[in-house]
Design a protein. Structure first.
Length: 455
């Protein structure tokens, strides 16, 4: 029997409520075998699917058969082949791995690819977009945050593209038909709405936070990062990555060259370029200039007082999966003169490759004994203020950056200048986040119009 003759043997049938189509294919050993596939909801739809399958097999030699492969197994194949050893940023890879873990646990993960429908995937996306409620209106399944949902979409889209090519399990990517839905925001049509307000703090609240830290000696090192963020709008990682060589005392400006972050795969703190991929210059005023001069003086005094027990930090490049990681190494001694193990989630100098040069780091912000001050430390800073200081129950370190930006915008700063100071890659980000105005600025705008039309 020839291949073309076998193509005429296709047929459809109904089992229960489901339609199937089948036809004979030639196996690798030359024998012929009848294969059956899940069809559509109607006989006509299934016949069209059969016709397409026969045409693919005749002219392309493709069967598009995933066999008994499940979504969870496809996740693993895609991860091992396309992601695990890629040059993707390690924290991005960790985020995708977490999404895969959740997908595999869900009902979707146990579905066989051959039985999977677009409706199945859409139902999963809807569940994660909206959550689920019982008859009494109580939430039984929480909705995912927008950022988490994006990771799940990336995994689903990536693995189904992989299933189309190179694996040839599927003819097309079902994700092109799946819609990402968003929860409708409830907007009050009576009363004041706080929906569009950006979380900021007042100058009085800023002073209250700084005063609290300066009065508590064991927490005093938190005052400086709070002051830097308030007066420059730097991100938390940028504040932590700031070195003294980045400060130009003569011209009252600093250069943001690096940002500190924790690499979950390498289990250490690293430095990377700022978020928009290039350094930026941020000018500052007399207030911060005096603060930084005093901070440097006090840090040098502490360094002299602690001597060899003052933590020293170094940076060394390491190429991992095609990407350069600027890892931070610490040299620290305990009272008995041996290496201290107090530095959590960090690497000691002995772990560095001594064949490669080590670049000394002199961080602007550090703890009393020079120990690394990290973004994790600043999360603790949030908790302390929220718990201990009246009126700062909702304080968040990022609110300092938002306050800086909002203050500039509300007092007439050019939006392009604000974009450059904040390090936004696109002015749309600045516009969408900070283009709101306060009551006073809005009143001034109306007065300008009134004067223009009335003379």
């Amino acid at each position: 029997m020839t291949a073309n003759e076998s193509l005429q043997n296709g047929s459809v049938r109904k089992k229960g409520n489901q339609w199937y189509y089948r036809f004979r294919v030639q196996e690798s050993d030359g024998s012929w075998k009848q294969r059956e596939f899940k069809g559509g909801k109607t006989k006509k739809e299934t016949e069209l699917m059969l016709k397409q399958a026969l045409n693919d097999y005749k002219y392309e030699g493709e069967l598009f058969d995933p066999g008994s492969l499940t979504v969870a197994e496809l996740c693993d194949q895609w991860w091992e082949s396309e992601v695990e050893n890629s040059d993707m940023a390690s924290n991005s890879r960790t985020g995708l791995q977490a999404a895969i873990k959740h997908i595999k646990k869900e009902e979707l993960g146990s579905r066989k690819l051959r039985d999977l429908t677009i409706e199945d995937i859409q139902a999963y996306v809807d569940l994660k977009s909206y959550g689920k409620f019982d008859e009494r209106g109580n939430r039984t399944v929480r909705a995912y945050a927008e950022s988490t949902l994006r990771k799940h979409f990336s995994v689903l889209n990536g693995m189904f593209k992989y299933a189309v090519y190179p694996k040839r399990y599927l003819r097309e990517n079902p994700m092109q038909y799946v819609k990402k839905r968003r929860q409708q925001k409830v907007v009050k049509i009576f009363g004041d709405s706080e929906e569009n307000k950006v979380s900021t703090i007042t100058h009085g609240e800023f002073e209250k936070a700084v005063e609290f830290f300066l009065k508590n000696e064991h927490l005093s090192y938190y005052a400086l990062p709070v002051q830097i963020a308030y007066y420059t709008g730097l991100r938390a990682g940028e504040v932590c990555g700031l070195n003294w060589e980045d400060i130009d005392f003569e011209r009252a400006r600093l250069t943001v060259r690096r940002s500190m972050y924790y690499d979950k795969e390498e289990k250490c703190w690293e430095l990377k370029v700022p978020k928009n991929g290039k350094p930026r210059v941020v000018d500052f005023g007399e207030s911060l200039l005096e603060i930084l001069k005093q901070a440097k003086k006090e840090q040098l005094e502490r360094q002299s007082r602690y001597g060899q027990y003052y933590h020293q930090h170094f940076m060394q490049p390491r190429e991992i999966r095609g990407r350069v990681h600027w890892q931070i190494f610490t040299k620290a001694y305990a009272d008995d003169g041996v290496l201290s193990s107090r530095v959590t989630k960090g690497k000691f100098i002995e772990e560095a490759n001594m064949k490669e040069p080590l670049q000394p780091l002199f961080f602007v912000c550090s703890k009393q004994d020079g120990e690394l001050l990290t973004t994790q430390s600043l999360k603790y800073c949030n908790k302390v203020l929220q718990k201990e200081v009246c009126g700062l129950e909702h304080f968040h370190f990022h609110a300092l950056r938002r306050t800086y930006a909002s203050t500039l915008v509300n007092h007439g700063a050019n939006l392009k200048d604000v974009q450059m100071l904040l390090g936004h890659s696109d002015i749309k980000i600045t516009l969408n986040t900070y283009s709101h105005v306060d009551d006073e600025s809005r009143r001034k705008a109306v007065d300008i119009f009134e004067k223009a039309v009335t003379g």
